[in-house]
Write a protein that binds this ligand. Structure first.
Ligand code: NAP
Length: 249
């Protein structure tokens, strides 16, 4: 039997990069996948790829920085599949780069709204739905920058550190009621999130990874799959880097 057979999973930001890889790996392992993204075309493209694999999926447009969109996402999932067992809260943005003393307030607000509040708005509705579905697993997409700083990215670093705290709280509050919550910490992964980097910065970043390369979205998705499955039944409230050794230095 497939490890996510009969499970219903929500993935935010599933139209691109890591989120798309997570949606595809969930589907390959038997889950029904609700693909959600801000961008309708890319989200529908992920659904098509899942359908092509023989999987069951549909698209819901959701801006994670909207509490109402997050509620509608969970309601649409219940409407269509009758349950929510898994949520990978993945949608995120990089945001502007500037030192903290000069960081634009609107850029700060936007990054916190998407990368931190967006996850809170999501779990706020996912948790009651999971409790009514007999339990579940939440995997929040943090970053290596959830445990170390990175100059000129104060909002991103603060949001991802905050996400680890939120994850721990969910684990404490709901572990005994059948919901596990964990966070994943990718290092730099080859996705469209890094599309604006020049070659020199790209090479500088590669050199920070002891394995001598950046990661692939599929390498993050494998960890998310495991944490989402019953194979990780005693894993709760933790943070798992997937970083080619970045944090070992
Ligand atoms: P990506 O390729 O840019 O994918 C992110 C997806 O989220 C895009 O489809 C994007 O849509 C969507 N999105 C953006 N804002 C949204 C919103 N408000 N509501 C819903 N969806 C929204 O990025 P990625 O690299 O896969 O990143 C996924 C997650 O991994 C993020 O949380 C990121 O912080 C984290 N992460 C990435 C890396 C890395 O190096 N790539 C490293 C560590 C952690 P648009 O294309 O329309 O913006």
């Amino acid at each position: 039997m497939k490890i996510l057979q009969d499970k219903v999973a929500i993935v935010t930001g599933a139209g691109s990069g890591i989120g798309r890889s997570v949606a595809l790996v969930y589907a390959r392992h038997g889950a029904k996948v609700v693909v959600s993204d801000l961008d309708e075309d890319s989200g529908r493209d992920t659904v098509q790829q899942i359908t092509h694999l023989g999987g069951d999926s549909f698209f819901v447009k959701c801006d994670v920085s909207s509490p109402e969109d997050n509620q509608a996402l969970v309601w649409s999932t219940i409407d269509k599949y009758g349950a929510v067992h898994i949520a990978c809260n993945n949608a995120g943005i990089g945001g502007a780069m500037a030192p903290t003393g000069m960081y634009p307030v609107d850029a700060w607000d936007k990054v916190i709204a998407v990368n931190l509040s967006g996850v809170f708005y999501g779990v706020r509705h996912q948790i009651p739905a999971m409790l009514s579905s007999g339990g579940g697993a939440i995997v929040n997409m943090a970053s290596i920058l959830g445990s170390v700083g990175f100059a000129n990215s104060p909002a991103y670093v603060a949001a991802k550190h905050g996400l680890l705290g939120l994850t721990k709280n969910i684990a404490l509050e709901y572990g005994a009621r059948g919901i596990r919550a964990n966070a994943v910490g990718p290092a730099f992964i080859k996705t469209p999130l890094l599309k604006d980097l020049d070659n020199q910065t790209f090479d500088w970043l590669i050199a920070k990874h002891p394995v001598g390369r950046m990661g692939e979205p599929e390498e993050v998705a494998e960890l998310v799959l495991w944490l989402s499955s019953e194979k990780a039944s005693f894993v709760n409230g933790s943070y798992y880097p997937v970083d080619g050794g970045y944090l070992a230095q």
